[in-house]
Design a protein around this ligand. Structure first.
Ligand code: MTE
Length: 493
């Protein structure tokens, strides 16, 4: 490999004198002729024309054509990995003229993540820039309400700095034309509504799919899920106040949301939900400004986020900047070309994102949080206690959790907890509005002479949906909707 990593890149000038030296102007020119794509990185020049078609992030790579990769890679730090640098090295064609190198260094912005908030050290970090961290399993079911600091954080971009005094929420697609609301408007004009709802990332438990065959995405364990109380204005109240009625309903089908977090091109994170969910009295969709009784934390969307109970995390847009009532779904990458499910037989060469609907309601899910994989159960205790969570999308209530110690040959029914007070069970949620998870627990006698146990859990929801027993039949290239029976192996000593 002639590619020299990181800060050492400049020394490649002396180590590889045979490579031609290009000016920035020449690099840009090469990118505009013959559909070539040339880029620079840390003083080297690359002709990545052939790589564009196989770039895992799609066409976005073209945004860097003719210029430096650094500003883009600063946003998507996943590129800093050795294997990415190895791939890039294969396309090296020259050296960037030193003066242009210096100019680039001066022009490159500071670390866009430098203003991200501090995070709790207990979070298991899956990527630091953007920040993605999950709750460790042992803490996940300690309390029915997940403390905000320990709640999983899933960011695609730097956390935007929003001044609450200057915050404006734009509303489009209603008879009143474009409306702009302040934070105070939202708090004072509409009744405050509180909902306890579980938020789960589509990629929760993706690591189980990776064990079958590598998928693309963050390697989440069982902790990309949490349960919080959210307070704010009901979206339906806000839409009605600004003129939503039968006239709009006759045409519109979706409600789109845009975040204030943007990539280098100014494109915001965005997603949409069906209009029927947004305006339903039973839908409980909130423009939330509080989480667990306090202002939303910066990582969770301060000052306002959408909370769409029962719907995949990706549509719960944080740092909300704009709402559009529309005939169309959001055009965003995350609505159109991500967060969709495919057949196990679909690969990156054959996938057609247009052929699959965007994930909205999530399927039934459960996981064991205690004991943890690879731990040891004390034989002298004669019994073992298991803990976990169970939840289903679309407001479907979890009605049962089955637990096995022998890989699914024999089963026991766990006790369910669905309230903050630890009541087992607490009062049932209104039918079709079971937005919050149930924690479960069970103590089972240890089987005679067992040296190893394969703990399994599976949940059943109010529509009698259950989880598939194995991962292979639901494996998909993005590793979403990973809901097979959760299996944990422990030793008995
Ligand atoms: N909203 C914005 N503006 N930007 C984001 O990156 N991530 C989405 C969603 N809303 C995201 C966003 C995804 S994929 C998930 S799973 C949830 O936020 C995570 O919410 P949390 O970080 O509050 O747990």
């Amino acid at each position: 490999m002639d590619f020299i990593r990181g800060e050492q890149a400049a020394t490649s000038v002396t180590r590889a004198p045979s490579l031609p030296v290009y000016t920035q102007e020449e690099v840009t020119k090469h990118s505009s002729i013959d559909n070539g794509v040339w880029v620079t990185y840390k003083g080297s020049v690359y002709d990545i024309t052939e790589f564009v078609a196989i770039h895992p992030g799609g066409d976005k790579i073209l945004l860097a054509a003719g210029g430096a990769l650094e500003p883009f890679w600063a946003l998507y730090a996943v590129h800093g990995q050795d294997h990415v640098l190895d791939i890039l090295s294969e396309y090296k064609v020259g050296i960037l003229q030193p003066e242009d190198c210096k100019k680039q260094e001066m022009a490159n912005p500071a670390d866009p993540y430098s203003t991200d908030p501090p995070r709790h050290p207990a979070l298991v970090v899956n990527s630091s820039k953007p920040f993605n961290g999950e709750t460790p399993p042992s803490l996940l079911t300690d309390s029915y309400i997940t403390p905000s600091a320990l709640f999983f954080k899933r960011n695609h971009l730097p956390v935007p700095q929003v001044d609450p005094a200057k915050y404006k929420l734009q509303l489009e697609g209603l008879p009143e034309g474009t409306v702009s609301l302040t934070l105070d408007d939202l708090k004072s004009r509409f009744p405050k509504h509180t909902v306890t709802a579980t938020l789960q990332c589509a990629g929760n438990r993706r690591s189980d799919m990776n064990k079958i065959k590598q998928v693309k995405g963050l390697n989440w364990g069982v902790g990309a899920i949490g349960n919080a109380t959210w307070s704010g204005a009901r979206l339906r109240d806000v839409l009605s106040f600004y003129g939503f009625g039968p006239e709009v309903a006759a045409k519109a089908r979706h409600v789109q949301f845009e975040g204030l977090d943007q990539d280098t091109t100014g494109t915001p994170y965005a997603a949409s939900i069906p209009l029927s969910k947004a305006v339903s009295e039973e839908g409980d969709v909130l423009l939330a400004y509080e989480m667990n009784g306090e202002d939303l934390p910066a990582d969770h969307g301060y000052p306002v986020r959408v909370v769409v109970p029962g719907i995949v995390g990706a549509r719960n847009v944080k740092w909300l900047g704009k709402i559009v009532v529309s005939e169309e779904e959001s055009k965003s990458h995350w609505q159109q070309n991500d967060y969709k499910g495919f057949s196990p037989g679909t690969d990156w060469d054959t996938v057609d994102f247009k052929s699959a609907p965007a994930i909205q309601e999530l399927p039934v899910q459960s996981a064991i949080t205690w004991p943890e994989e690879g731990s040891t159960v004390d034989h002298s205790m004669k019994e073992v206690t298991l803990k976990g969570y169970a939840w289903s999308g679309g407001g479907r209530e979890v009605v049962r959790v089955d637990v096995s110690l022998d890989g699914g040959k024999t089963w026991h029914v766990a006790e369910l907890q669905n309230s903050e007070t630890g009541q087992k069970p607490g009062p049932p949620p209104p039918p079709g509005r079971a937005w919050a998870w149930k924690l479960w627990e069970i103590t089972i006698p240890l089987p005679e002479g067992a040296q190893e146990l394969e703990l399994v859990c599976k949940a059943v929801d109010s529509s009698y949906n259950s989880q598939p027993d194995t991962v292979s039949p639901i494996w998909n290239l993005r590793g979403v909707l990973s809901t097979a029976w959760h299996r944990v192996k422990v030793k008995v000593e």
